[in-house]
Design a protein around this ligand. Sequence first.
Ligand SMILES: Nc1nc2c(ncn2[C@@H]2O[C@H](COP(=O)(O)OP(=O)(O)OP(=O)(O)O)[C@@H](O)[C@H]2O)c(=O)[nH]1
Ligand SMILES: [Mg+2]
Length: 595
Amino acid sequence: MQQEKIRNVAIIAHVDHGKTTLVDELFKFGGLFRDNQRVAERLMDSNELERERGITITAKNGSFPYKGHCINIIDTPGHADFGGQVERVLRMADGALLLVDAQEGPMPQTYFVLKKALALELPVIVVINKIDKPAARPYWAVDQVFELFLKLEAPERLLDFPVVYACGREGYALDNLNDEHRDLTPLCELIIKRVPPPQGDSQAPLQMLVSSLDYSPYLGRISIGKISGGTLNINKEIAVVMRDGSIRPARISKLYRFESNQKLAVQSAICGDIVATAGMDEVTVGCTYTDPDEPMPLPPMEIDPPTIAMSFLPNDSPFAGREGQYVTSRHIAERLHREVMADVALQVSALSSGQGFRVAGRGELHLSILIEKMRREGYEFQVSRPQVIFKEDQEGRRLEPFEELSIDVDESFLGAVMEKLGQRKARVQGMDTLNGMARLQYLIPTRGLLGYRSEFLTDTKGMGVMNYVFHGYEPYAGEVKHRSRGVLVSMQECQSVAYALFNLQERGKLFLGPGINIYAGQIVGEHCREGDLMVNPSKGKKLTNVRAAGSDENVLLTPPWQLSLEDCISYINDDELVEVTPKNIRLRKAKMPKW
Ligand SMILES: Nc1nc2c(ncn2[C@@H]2O[C@H](COP(=O)(O)OP(=O)(O)OP(=O)(O)O)[C@@H](O)[C@H]2O)c(=O)[nH]1
Ligand SMILES: [Mg+2]
């Protein structure tokens, strides 16, 4: 493959606007699969949690051929918690496909990713996607995108962006909306014409910036980047310039190119290609591979600092060790260390108490996904309530992270939503209404946003849409009240009994049903008022002569309030913990309350 025949494109968008689905169709169009081959939907969302939740969590590389060209494609996550990845992987791209849902138009994350692409002066091809939706308004979406470019003060030459209309799911793109629906030729033609081949001199000394990481149990840390000068050969001496500027000699033992969604082992790779390398665990994002005789580091990229942190503690509940395979502090340490190998946005340090770890990341979803992954792998541990990470400015004022929040709701819910957000210290930045729907823009402290999603969904009967992106640090906004109600705490180890639960229902909302083993200090429900209440969830009916057998089954219980892992994390107070095991998620008091 010659350098002029390579195109490196990142595919960027707001969450769910159809990136991974379009990549499937591009692979198919590139002839990567046999006609009768069964291929999984959203092939690039290869890990279990990605498939289950239908979202992309980590950016991934792939490639497909088109008319003698090799198009390297980088699929990126659209959720704000993973926005830092988009910024980094854009360094491998020479152009970007900006997908915009034809009905929704640009959303907060569209703004964020476009800003990052423009900062790197990448040519952008706008793909108005999902034009098959009945409420699609493709021309409106194009206008909105144009306004976004203006708002972002895009340079003149990038303002003249090409547009295609697409239905990624059905695998067609159109230059004009009235064209016949055929295939993805119009999009691929634009990529060839508008995205320049990678620059860089293949005769020059080696230069490659590590832009993303991966991890495999067999290979260890995998570093991914674009060769921007010279060529890379396996088993040849190279130098690695670390983030701190120090230089280390190295040798690449494994080198891969990306073909469809697979890694293909190769002996060498040319300037402009995107490759993965293994063999050096200390290499991280921002390091440069270069020539030992003429080391030329590339400017390292900023890595956004984490905004929230939680404690991961070994389980010390009365049920500790019953359900998990890996339960010790050493197990947790080893697993967290492995995660850090693949995720530069994550920071792990030992807690000063000597037991457990402080794990810091980019948001609730970022951390809860890690917890869920560990739980499924057989780990058992406990986590504390997430705390935002404060900073101080030069005058010693306390600063805290803020998010830009956008809310789409039916106007009838507006009052409830605005009231809640006010309590959470959100400041209105703008409001539009159209056909009974309102779009509100807010600045809100990250603290205020913690745990808000489930409340928002309740308040809007599941019909509201909320999105946020990291804004930056601003002065501390004052106290945000967390939970106004106390909890029902079991006073003893027991098995829950329907009759007892029936009586407890008057006191609040229960998190569990009958027949569940419970320990002293476990939280079994929410108290209907402030302050915690010690309860006995196993208290049976007083026995009398006339007690009929089976009468216990006849009580009518309201179905328990089932909290998801995310709900639990955002629910607990500072003196409470979430106990996570492969089989159960329990809420508990960190210390057994006095009563
Ligand atoms: N109507 C319609 N739906 C589509 C189209 N393309 C994708 N979808 C649907 O949109 C949803 C999201 O698709 P994904 O491809 O996972 O979106 P994504 O941009 O990769 O999402 P993230 O990676 O989580 O940001 C899925 O339910 C798709 O089936 C399309 O062209 N038309
Ligand atoms: Mg995706």
